[in-house]
Ligand binder design. Structure first.
Ligand SMILES: [Fe+2]
Length: 334
């Protein structure tokens, strides 16, 4: 069933489309994921990466059609393919750390996410994030409860464009929810340019802002001086954001840019809404039209905590080539 919630007038506008799989489709997807897992073993297998777009043609037609529309939609916020069967996970506990999370039984879900992502583009990883893995894991880590990264829990994760600091950032962020016992929400927000002042809009579109990498990227901090960039681009009816609430600032001394950024931040705060992901929900966040974050929660560290598999998808792999060491690698950075 295809449902879409649109509120045409009042902000915040929620542009989320959901496709609910039927049992036959879920079984077919589960079978396909098991088959590719057995054949390729690792999502980083070069043979799998070369074939994943073609294999994705075997996904149910409704899924292909749904994600193709998401690919063409320049104002949509998120899409969710709901109802994936997670029975292979069985009693496997949520790992204590992302290093332990590429487990034998959860690997089929990594492949499942990669195959859906292949309908939107190509998956990249970061040399500086989770050891360059293409499928990363979002789970709470003890000792990082109040950190500003996705392994936090007690503190809300501030809204951001994923990897806003880099021109190689993903166009879509894919999330497959494996476990979410407290219905912890993903937060989403966007911009309505007409609601901003003319002066602010003009300034925000100019290269007068600095974006630092967040601490989820090891080794990057302090090594490179960011270049000034705009934070709001695109036409008024299809604006694109590139901003991280905690890591964006105006160029030092530019008071006008500072005021415009403060106006944008207040506007995005006011437009924030919640997207609850349930186990079996596979979501793509459009990393150009919206920013996203996460509400706070209390981790238990008993194997039942929230656990998502995550990918970064670029619609034009060649755009990332300057930051990839070779044509063959999908890992950005060195
Ligand atoms: Fe994120």
């Amino acid at each position: 069933m295809l449902t879409e919630a649109r509120q045409a007038t009042a902000a915040p506008v929620e542009r989320t489309a959901t496709l609910l799989l039927d049992d036959f489709e879920a079984a077919r997807l589960r079978g396909l994921a098991a088959q590719v897992t057995a054949e390729y073993r690792s999502v980083a297998n070069p043979e799998f990466l070369a074939e994943s777009t073609v294999i994705a043609h075997e996904l149910p037609r409704r899924v292909r059609s749904f994600l193709n529309r998401a690919r063409l939609d320049d104002i949509g916020h998120t899409v969710v393919v709901s109802g994936h069967a997670l029975d292979a996970l069985g009693p496997e506990p949520t790992p204590r750390h992302w290093r332990e999370a590429d487990t034998e039984r959860s690997r089929a879900y990594a492949f499942l996410l990669m195959l859906h992502a292949a309908l939107l583009g190509d998956v990249i990883g970061w040399a500086t994030q989770q050891d360059g893995r293409l499928v990363t894991d979002v789970l709470p880590i003890r000792g990082q409860e109040n950190s500003p990264i996705s392994s936090s829990s007690h503190a809300p994760l501030g809204w951001h464009t994923e990897d806003a600091f880099s021109p190689s950032r993903g166009d879509h962020i894919g999330l497959l929810c494996l476990r979410n016992p407290d219905r912890t929400t993903t937060t989403v927000s966007h911009v309505v340019p007409a609601a901003l002042g003319d002066a602010a809009r003009e300034v925000l579109a100019q290269a007068r802002f600095l974006i630092e990498p967040d601490p989820s990227h090891s080794r990057r901090g302090g090594t490179a001086v960011p270049r000034p960039v705009p934070v709001l681009t695109g036409p008024e009816d299809a604006p694109q954001l590139c901003v991280d609430r905690d890591y964006t600032s105006a160029v030092p001394g530019d008071a006008e840019a500072e005021r415009a950024l403060a106006e944008l931040v207040a506007h995005i705060d006011a437009n924030l809404y919640e997207l609850p992901l349930r186990p079996g929900d596979l979501c793509f966040v459009d990393n150009r039209t919206v920013v996203h974050g996460r509400s706070r929660f209390r981790p238990r560290y008993d194997g039942t905590d929230r656990w998502l598999k995550r990918v970064n998808v670029v619609t034009d792999l060649r755009r990332t080539r300057p930051e990839r060491l070779t044509s063959d690698t999908r890992v950005v950075g060195r």
